[in-house]
Design a protein around this ligand. Structure first.
Ligand code: KIV
Length: 258
């Protein structure tokens, strides 16, 4: 892909110009290349990898070697987009681990890392940023906590949650996060956070008033009919198209027999 390379700083500057950020996930070479050719400026090798590619029930099973393997594949597309990657569950519990694992992901080709949480991971965020690795925050519903929380719940409805989100967003921005993903935050609170913090907010299931939107690409393309998500309306039905093409091809092959 030609054109000016997207950086964490250039994404951050988009907020000042009122430009919206359209971000998507990718887990391999071809999808990274296709998203990049379509002009997506931020591509995330998310730990949604666990559910949408590896067949795990949630993201808590994803390991560092699995993330590195998929980051390497995505990075081979050499995108113009900023390529960010998730630090998986339990890989950033203390600051030294957070930095060492962020460095493993950048050695694999990531140009920024994301981790879930606010004030409770502030030391980790500061150390990652101090080591020169751009950091993307993630607040709201935190998929790596799905087991403790007993499901995927919308955040910000209750006043203590609302106040905690505000404090966490301010803390992440002050610690050097270049943007913050807001997952399943009530649209009213997402709008307030977006106005309150100097860095872009990138929403998923958090209403239209964030500075950008991110989706899990297989959800957008209708590749996973087994998941029924409220926050995304698939734009294609790739699952049905694959079944239809494969059935037709199989019938052709079988017709050739005998
Ligand atoms: O893992 C992931 O794909 C994510 C996005 C949903 C933001 O964290």
């Amino acid at each position: 892909m030609t054109g000016i390379k997207v950086t964490a700083d250039s994404l951050r500057a988009m907020k000042g110009r009122g430009e919206r950020i359209a971000a998507l996930t990718a887990y391999d070479f071809p999808m990274t290349r296709l998203l990049d050719e379509a002009g997506i400026p931020l591509i995330l090798v998310g730990d949604s990898l666990g559910m949408v590619v590896l067949g795990y029930p949630d993201t808590t099973h994803v390991t560092m070697p699995e993330m590195e393997h998929h980051v390497r594949a995505a990075a081979r597309a050499k995108p113009r987009a900023l390529l960010a990657a998730d630090l998986p569950y339990h890989s950033y519990e203390i600051a030294t681990d957070a930095v060492a694992n962020a460095q493993r992901l950048t050695a694999a080709g990531a140009e920024a890392v994301k981790a879930e949480g606010g004030r409770e991971i502030l030391e980790q965020v500061r150390e990652i940023v101090a080591s020169g690795i751009p950091f993307l925050g993630h607040l709201g519903m935190l998929p790596q906590h799905v087991l403790e929380e007993g499901g995927y719940h919308v955040k910000g409805r209750k006043e203590p949650e609302h106040q905690a989100l505000l404090a966490d967003a301010h803390a992440l921005a002050a610690a050097g996060a270049f943007a913050i993903v807001l997952e399943l935050v009530t649209p009213r609170v997402a709008k307030e956070l977006t106005r309150a913090v100097p860095v872009p907010t990138i929403g998923i299931g958090s209403g239209p008033d964030c500075d950008g939107q991110i989706l899990v690409t297989p959800d957008l393309l209708g590749m996973l009919p087994w998941f029924n998500l409220k926050h995304v309306k698939p734009r294609l039905n790739v699952a049905e198209q694959v079944r239809a093409v494969v059935r037709e091809w199989k019938q052709g092959v079988e017709g050739l027999k005998g």
